[in-house]
Design a binder for this molecule. Structure first.
Ligand SMILES: [Zn+2]
Length: 301
């Protein structure tokens, strides 16, 4: 396929503000430093130090929206929450997880790793056939991806898009590996007509290495509009898989018990997560297209 298909032209580029919080704070810090330097030169160090400190910390703190806008939660008009699973698909966990989600009639979003999707295409097909949404979680899940060049970063995201295109979808939502961002990511995502998605509540499961107590940690402070972060990867011993599944089930039961409803991520944030293509790469009609409801009134900003 042509890579240019994954990039957007200036004609259909959505309007977006390039003025990030980093720019804004930089514009504030510099004049403040100048003004303070007239009082006492050493005082100029204060705003500049705060700005530099934020530059270093911001990649790890999504809520700052420092280098780019990150969608972390939905609106608060309806009692909706979205549930998302990172790092799959996995032949050991995905089928079990899909059955639990079907049992409770829940639609989730799967942030998939390209290399894993390539290895287990039947699982991605099943995820889509059951009406779940799929986002891009990079091709390699390289924890150091954000330290690489813009080109390497873009190539990794595009490689995942290419893998997912064979299933007749083009995700617009990208979730960075280990939740770390950088100053280059905003531009890369704009060029790919994508946006960054984070989360507002997580199970602190360390990629399913700490599954016991997940439900309690998620449910303790859950509220309307939350985007929950869980993982779809093997927790280790067989016993842990049973515990993990039980915890996922308890989360679904607990959400309902609090009067909240699990809705698809696109509906919670009122923005499409992925585009359904007319055909797959092999030219066959995209059957999963028929299964996925279109998001009505979706906002594209
Ligand atoms: Zn991940």
């Amino acid at each position: 396929m042509g890579l240019e298909e994954l990039h957007i032209t200036s004609k259909n580029r959505y309007s977006v503000s390039y003025l990030t919080n980093a720019c804004f704070l930089g514009f504030v810090a510099l004049p403040m430093a100048l003004i303070l330097s007239f009082i006492k030169v050493v005082l100029a160090v204060i705003p500049l130090s705060i700005f530099v400190l934020l530059c270093f910390l911001a990649p790890f703190i999504q809520r700052l929206n420092f280098y780019l806008p990150i969608i972390r939660r939905g609106g608060s008009n309806n009692p909706l929450v979205a549930i998302t699973f990172d790092d799959g698909p996995d032949p050991y966990t995905t089928p079990l997880l899909l059955d639990i989600l079907s049992k409770y009639s829940v639609k989730a979003a799967f942030f998939i790793i390209g290399e894993r999707a390539k290895k287990h295409p039947e699982l991605v097909r099943e995820i889509l056939a059951r009406g779940h949404e799929v986002g891009n979680h990079s091709n390699t899940h390289d924890n150091l991806l954000m330290l690489k060049s813009s080109k390497a970063l873009s190539d990794d995201i595009v490689d995942c898009q290419i893998v997912l295109k064979q299933f007749g979808i083009k995700p617009m939502a990208f979730r960075p590996p280990v939740g770390i961002t950088n100053p280059k990511l905003f531009r890369v995502l704009i060029d790919l007509n994508m946006f960054c998605i984070g989360f507002s509540r997580r199970a602190l499961d360390f990629g399913n290495r700490r599954v016991a107590g997940m439900a309690n940690r998620i449910l303790r402070h859950i509220r309307t509009g939350d985007i929950l972060l869980l993982h779809d990867c093997r927790p280790g011993p067989v016993m842990d898989v049973k515990i993990w599944l039980k915890e996922v089930e308890n989360i679904l039961i607990g959400i309902a018990g609090k009067g909240l409803i699990v809705e698809s991520l696109s509906k919670v944030i009122k923005k499409p997560i992925m585009e359904q293509l007319m055909t797959r790469d092999d030219g066959e009609p995209n059957k999963t297209r028929l299964h996925v409801k279109q998001v009505k009134g979706a906002n594209t900003h």
